[in-house]
Write a protein that binds this ligand. Structure first.
Ligand code: SAM
Length: 471
């Protein structure tokens, strides 16, 4: 029975409710009156239910789809301005005991080299990442209680935060590791993590069990209820996602929004982020053997509708996507992107991109300097800001900031100051020139005069060599 307030996976992600939703969406996909009503509601910027959003996803009337795109773009501008937060993944270990059939780290894969970084190797990775300008990481590891126990993850987080190379620092570590216990989530919280990210992969229980035939990840309920345990452990910034390509996208889309509704209903705060990874070619993995790949257009529509349905939730896109696709979806609602990523264990410290332990093919292979320049040339402000969780603005306090429309007085100056640090310490001459002009112009978009003045003062101090200012 469907109940968003239940803490049982099969009740808050009810298969029957998803099937009814898909039928309702099909029955109404040409119902212009209803579609207009839903679009009107979406314009209030308070979000949509999974049913309403599913009707829009099913609708293929070109003018209405265009209205969805226009609205997504407008909501993106209103809530996130032109800032794009940048991060990089850091792969700690690819040892894994699970049998996930789409992932090259699966236990039966004997062709991939296995590697786990020592603390010394982590230092090298972090120095290499700091030397390009990164301030925010997402750590990634396979699930292996013996090789990658929680103590290893905690020690690694500690190592990452402790390294201060030249003017560099990693100021926020997000964590993407397998579902774990409340006690372990509490330990991660105490270690000072930013967001806990866990992709559901698929919300379809039967498919989930086939796609995860062996290992602890096989347990659908344990995996699906992970965010509830994370919340119980005190982590109030959690990141959802599905791996598009495994199951029917309309099913996943409804499930994803139901998961967000569940978190909102039980904890009073929705997901901090939603990621939209698509299945990629990898060692021992051929994406063509999966039937549910989606076109770039469908992918863009999903991104636009997530933006409309959960306006306060950040949206993340990785280098699994090409520059071209990234350009399209950044406009429609993406607020965070990874840049200059290497998905192999120990990849950053190598001169050339290594492929032997890689998790998937990276489509966007540009350097961080190139990514920053590209964003600025499109009119975006690349942001290396990590202020919110360091100022205690997590969970509902971050949402309150959004809802009070204070982002422009807070995130905007923080973006400009962290961009200035990047320009001073890591940028090429050309990127620096474009960046300085952008900062000058964007200072005028800080509404409060006193905030603008403080920001100008901080920018001057950054120029003189002082670092790490934040609102
Ligand atoms: N092992 C952790 C877990 O069980 O959740 C998470 C870390 S894993 C390195 C990060 C994510 O990569 C997975 O959740 C999955 O969605 C994604 N992934 C796995 N295989 C992939 C592939 N072939 N193409 C694209 N993404 C993939």
């Amino acid at each position: 029975m469907y109940n968003p307030k239940s803490k049982k996976a099969e009740e808050f992600i009810s298969h029957d409710e998803i099937l009814d939703t898909l039928k309702y969406a099909d029955d109404n996909k040409e119902n212009i009156k209803l579609i207009d009503e839903i679009l009107e509601k979406a314009k209030e910027r308070k979000g949509l239910t999974h049913r309403e959003a599913s009707v829009l996803l099913a609708c293929e009337i070109p003018e209405k789809v265009q209205e969805m795109y226009d609205l997504a773009e407008q909501i993106k501008k209103d809530f996130y301005g032109n800032r794009i937060v940048i991060f990089a993944p850091l792969y700690l270990s690819n040892y894994c005991v699970n049998g996930c059939v789409y992932c090259p780290y699966h236990i039966k894969n004997k062709t991939i080299a296995r590697k786990k970084l020592t603390q010394e190797e982590i230092k090298k990775e972090v120095i290499a990442l700091q030397d390009t300008g990164h301030k925010r990481l997402a750590i990634e590891a396979g699930e292996d209680p013996k090789m990658n126990p929680i103590e290893y993850i905690l020690e690694s987080i500690n190592t990452i935060y402790s390294i201060k190379h030249k003017n560099g620092a990693i100021r926020r570590v997000n964590v993407n590791i397998a579902a774990t216990t409340v006690e372990n989530y509490r330990k991660l919280k105490e270690a000072g993590i930013g967001t806990y990210i866990l992709f559901q992969e698929t919300y379809h229980k039967e498919s989930y069990e086939v796609l995860h035939p062996t290992g602890p990840k096989h347990d659908y309920a344990y995996h699906t209820e992970a965010m509830d345990r994370a919340m119980e452990g005190g982590i109030d910034d959690v990141g959802l996602g599905v791996l598009f390509g495994l199951e029917l996208y309309r099913y996943e889309f409804a499930g994803l929004l139901m998961h967000a509704e569940h978190l909102e209903a039980v904890y009073g705060v929705g997901p901090h982020t939603i990621s939209v990874p698509r299945l990629k070619k990898a060692n021992d993995i051929d994406p063509d053997t999966f039937d549910n790949g989606i076109s770039d257009d469908t992918f863009a529509k999903i991104c636009a509708l997530i933006r409309i349905a959960v306006p306060y939730t950040g949206m993340i896109i990785s280098t699994r996507e090409s520059q071209e696709v990234r350009e399209k979806v950044i406009r429609l609602g993406v607020s965070q992107i990874s840049g200059a990523s290497r998905t192999s264990v120990g990849g950053y410290a190598e001169a050339e991109r290594p492929h032997d332990t890689e998790q998937f093919d990276v489509s966007d292979q540009r350097s961080l300097d190139e990514v920053v320049k590209w964003l600025m040339e499109m009119g975006y402000i690349p942001s290396f800001c990590t202020a919110c969780y360091r100022e205690g603005r997590t969970g509902d306090r971050f949402m309150a900031l959004c809802k009070a429309k204070q982002i422009q007085n807070c995130c905007h100056p923080n973006a400009l100051m962290t961009l200035k640090e990047f320009l001073m310490d890591y940028a090429s001459e050309e990127t620096r020139k474009i960046g300085e002009a952008l900062i000058n112009a964007e200072l005028n978009n800080i509404p409060k005069e006193n905030v603008r003045e403080i920001c100008k003062d901080h920018l001057g101090k950054i120029q003189q060599g002082i670092r790490d200012f934040r609102f």
